[in-house]
Each structure stands twice: as C-alpha cells, then as structure tokens.
Design a protein around this ligand. Sequence first.
Ligand code: GLU
Length: 500
Amino acid sequence: MTDSAVRVRFAPSPTGALHLGGVRTALLNWLYARHTGGRMILRIDDTDLARSSEVHLRQILDGFRWLGLTFDEGIEEGGPFGPYRQSQRLEIYRRHLDGLLHRGLAYPCYCSPEELKAAREAAQKAGETPRYPGTCRRLTAGERAALEATGRRPVYRLRVDLDRPVIVDDLVRGRVEFGPDQLDDFVIFKSDGWPTYHFATVVDDMEMGITHVIRAEEHLSNTPRHVVLFQMLGGQTPAFAHVPMILAPDRTKLSKRHGATSVEEFRELGFLPQALLNYCLLLGWSPGDEEEILSLDEAVKRFSIERIVKHAAVYDIHKLEWINGHYLRSLPVEQVWKHALPFFQKAGYVSSEPDEKEAAAALARFDAVRERVHTLVGVVDAVSYFYRPVTEYDAKGVRKHFQRPEVADLLEAARTTLETVESWDVSTLETTYRALIERRGIKGGELIHPTRLALTGRTVGPGLFDVMALLGREKTLERLAQAIRYLRTEAAAPTSPAGG
Ligand code: GLU
C-alpha cells in the first residue's frame, strides 16, 4: 500500500534517556511511515526548559543512530515544517494563543495556586470531581488590569463549553467516550510564558500535518483535550492509536529497578540494535503467527496498525537475550563485528586502531564463539582465553577430565606430536590428533576433553581444532606444558595452574 499522505511523528521530551517504551513507540510510527510510504518526523518536545537537557537530546539522537531508525524530517534533517524543536517555536504558539484570545475562546486566569488548591479541596469535600470553578472566565478589562497591577502574571485557559461527550475513535482501543464533566477550562499557556504540553503538541501536530498519532497509552486521558483543541484551532484532528503499557515481569510499571531500560544500557550490555528493535516490535505488535524473528524489512512489509497489541506487554529479558543470540549468530559476521569491536577494545583485547591483521584475528575469534553466547558481553568472556592466560581450570572439568593418572602422559604425547606439525591449520591439527588417538587406542574424548581444559580452562567452547588454530602454535604448546606441570604437581596445588 502506498499512501504518501501519511505523516507520523515521534515526539520525545529530552528530560531523560531513550527508554524501551520510547523505542517501541518510535518504531511503530516508523514502520507505519515506511509501510505506507509516508513521512516520519522527529520532534523534540522541550518546552519544559528546566528539565530538558542537551545531554538527553544527544542520547536520544545517538540512540536512534545506533538503532538505525531514520527520520524524514527532524532537528537534524530539517524539513518544510521546522523548526522541529518546540523551544524554538514559541512565536507559533503565541500566534495561535492570540487567535484564540481574539475569538474569545481563551482567557487569562489570575487565580493563585492557593486559591486553586482551596477550590479543589472544596470540590473534593462535596464529593465532586475537581474542576476549575471559572473564577476568571468573565473578568472585565478593568478587573484584569487591576489584577495585573498587583503583579499577578496570568496563565491562559481554554474556554471549554461542551454539551456532549468527546469521542475518541482510537485505532487500538476502539471508541472511547469522555463526558463533558471530565473536561474543564484547562491551562494552555503557563505563567512563565510557555505553552503547556497539550497546547504545543496540538499546535505542532496541526502545523506539521500529522495524520496519525501513535503514542503511549498514558496519553489517552489527554486526548479529549487534544481533540477539543484541534476543533477550536480549526485543525484536522489526526487519527489516534494508543499503545498499551510495557509491564515489568511482576506486572508493575517497568522501571530502573527491573534492570536496564535505556537504549544506552542495553547497548552496553551487549545487545544488538537488530535484536532490540525486533524485541520492541514484539512488545507492541503481533505478526499474527508464531513467528518471533522478524527483520525490519519484513516488519515494514507486514506492518498494520490493526495488529498493534491490545493488552499490556510484559517485559522479559530472557526473550530479548534469546533474540539477541539469534542475531548474534545469524547476521553476516562483518555486520555484527562492527558492534563487537568496541567490546574487544574495552576489554583490552584489541588496540584502539587495529591494523588489518589484528582485526582479522579478533574477528575470527569472535566468529568462533558467537554461536554459543547471547550478548556481546558474553562474547568478551567467551574469547578471554585467547587473550589472557589460563589461570584457573573449571573445577568440574578437573574432576571429569584431569583425574585419570595417564592424562599428563597423554597431553605430553600430544604436545610432542604437535611440536612437529608443519602447517598449523584446523584440518592438519585434526588429522594429527585423530592419528594420535588411534595410535593410543583411546576414545576421542579422552584426549580432546583434557586438551580443551588445558587450553581454555573450560569444558565448553568452539571446536577444539578451531581453538588450537586460533590460539596459535606457541600458546597451544605453552598451555599444554602448563597443564602437564599442573597435573604432575596437582597434589601440591589442587586448582590453580602454575605459570602464565
Ligand atoms: N513529549 C511527549 C512524551 O514524551 C509526547 C507525547 C505525544 O506523543 O503526544 O510523552
């Protein structure tokens, strides 16, 4: 389907990092834009000047760059409806406020916070829904001037006169009705001279020609105000789709105490952008079959708003790890290596500017282990023995593979044989080992398992001959010697191998 009229936006407030929920909202908008051939806009909702920061803005932009989600219009891309930062659009909001004031649809309100609080409490006491009592609705010009003269700075309220409910035909939630008593004369401009979230959002959605607002469910209760504003400003009301919450495994609101929640944190934990996007997709959208692995391209093809999930999604880190493991082992190795390299560098395994040889060696080691791990942090651990000496043998491995008295002699024989191998490659190493196994009349595992423990300190890992080839001749021979020494002096030093 191509409907190039579609215009959607993601409108984060740079008051915090980019979280899972934000990624999901952005992704659903992005997919809809890409699916329909429409436009995806990034607007920065930074009218809360005190809480907004450049640091968070950078984090958000970096997060999207890393995820690979692109925008057609935005603060970096520009576009015909800019500026795309609300803090730079004050004049536009003022113009619309003036228009409303001129038509008598908005008015200044001088009530102090204390007066409003008293009115709220009185309503609560009387068992009524607190609403603005309309004190300043009908002030004369003279009364206003007198209040101004006392130094009071007004907020501006919308004059809301509803005689019937506001209907929101939500594309996810269906028809939702809000009775007239649920809306009062709400504030559209604050006394600090800045518009409220409601006003800035509606003015921008209108000015920017937004056709579909796909956003978090927490904004559903704001939507009747937005609908009223669209009508009073004379704009086209967009379609709304409110996406259910993401809950923590204990079904409470997902927060920091449930572990990583921001894109930056997931990145540092070694998740791949492909996996995080795939996971966020499943948190917000159902492919309609059992499939769980969906590339972005496929998701673009299949996306529809109708399949946005209707019930709260429950966050499950194990699922994310599973998906990450999938992408880690199945994407082309160079594509994943780009993300893995910084982890190798941070661990000190690869220099900051590796030459081709160093990078190729590291990539080969990465490729050997990626099959078995779930995250890039797991990768760093899985390759550690290529870069660091073996200082410990897995205790269970020692009991299983180092206990028999002939192991030291076997490893000795292996070491002697390997010393004479001419070409240090996987197939020569394998042939050599198999021949030795045959000569000794033992089972393969009797030599292979102790060798693995000697070379890596572990009982699991990539194929042994791959390990040998990647470790190189020198380190392989050294570690065999180290294990032989350890086995022969085992009684004196039970678990830690001597030497480097
Ligand atoms: N800045 C708002 C938020 O971050 C945007 C809400 C909306 O999409 O209208 O929640």
